[in-house]
Unconditional design. Structure first.
Length: 266
């Protein structure tokens, strides 16, 4: 996909995903510190997909940066109500997660399978679908939490149905039945919770929050610039000029009055 559209501008989220791949490669010993620093510097200087692609092309991260445009473009499509770019078919890149007195995470760039099974016993798990692709239009997330907890995070626009059963525990029902975007995937959260809980929440990504924050900041700045535009500044300058002229006239008049008074005293 990168080779098909190398001229497209990369986003901050794209650069962050490449940086994450580099950090994983450093931790696994695939890169030494010098290579990591060099590639990370190139990542944050990159402006297009064509510049990002070579940085992780030799790293085993689902094709490296070649998958970035598909993910980024699909997120743009999701924002406009078209989710077809994120329903990719296939078997999914991960099918299960287990936490026994420990924890697990599935997050970032991954493909959610038609059925994802998870189990937590005296531990916790997180299944984050915000940046995920989907193997089918409907995916099932099966959660079994025994004296533990599992949290499912979905992006805005996804249709969510919660079917789990809780015994001295519970499933979060706040997102159950919330209408999704036309063509959006459907996520069914099911399973069993005993002295434990399964949370379901809808959130945007950190990069998206930053983007929205920057947009709001830019809008406020533009609004202030309009309120204090050239005409307003010119009016303020003209008022200030008149005030100085009045002050000079007053001072000159006072000076002349004192000169007359001194001549009369003589």
């Amino acid at each position: 996909m990168t080779d098909d559209a190398p001229e497209l501008r990369a986003s901050d989220a794209d650069r962050e995903r490449v940086a994450e791949v580099l950090r994983d490669a450093l931790a696994e010993g695939r890169l030494d510190m010098a290579e990591f620093d060099e590639r990370l510097d190139a990542t944050y200087k990159a402006r297009t997909y064509g510049e990002l692609a070579p940085i992780t092309r030799d790293l085993p991260a689902a094709g490296g940066a070649q998958t970035l445009p598909a993910t980024s473009l699909s997120k743009e499509a999701a924002a406009s109500g078209d989710w077809s770019g994120r329903i990719v078919g296939g078997e999914g890149s991960s099918r299960w997660g287990v936490a026994v007195m420990s924890g697990f995470q599935r997050k970032g760039r991954w493909t959610a399978p038609r059925r994802f099974n998870s189990f937590a016993f005296w531990g916790g798990g997180e299944i984050d679908l915000r940046e995920a692709n989907f193997a089918d239009r409907e995916v099932v997330v099966n959660c079994v939490a025994i004296m533990g907890g599992i949290n499912v995070v979905v992006p805005p626009g996804v249709d969510v149905e919660v079917r789990g059963i809780g015994v001295m525990g519970g499933f979060d029902q706040r997102e159950d039945g919330a209408p999704g975007d036309p063509g959006a995937p459907r996520v069914i959260v099911t399973g069993f919770a005993f002295w434990g809980g399964v949370g379901v929440e809808r959130k945007v990504t950190r990069a998206e929050r930053r983007r929205l924050k920057e947009e709001r900041r830019a809008a406020r700045h533009e609004l202030r610039g309009t309120a204090e535009g050239p005409s307003s500044r010119e009016e303020i300058a003209e008022s200030h000029h008149r005030m100085l002229e009045n002050h000079r006239d007053f001072a000159h008049g006072l000076h002349e009055q004192r000169r007359r008074e001194r001549r009369e005293d003589r």
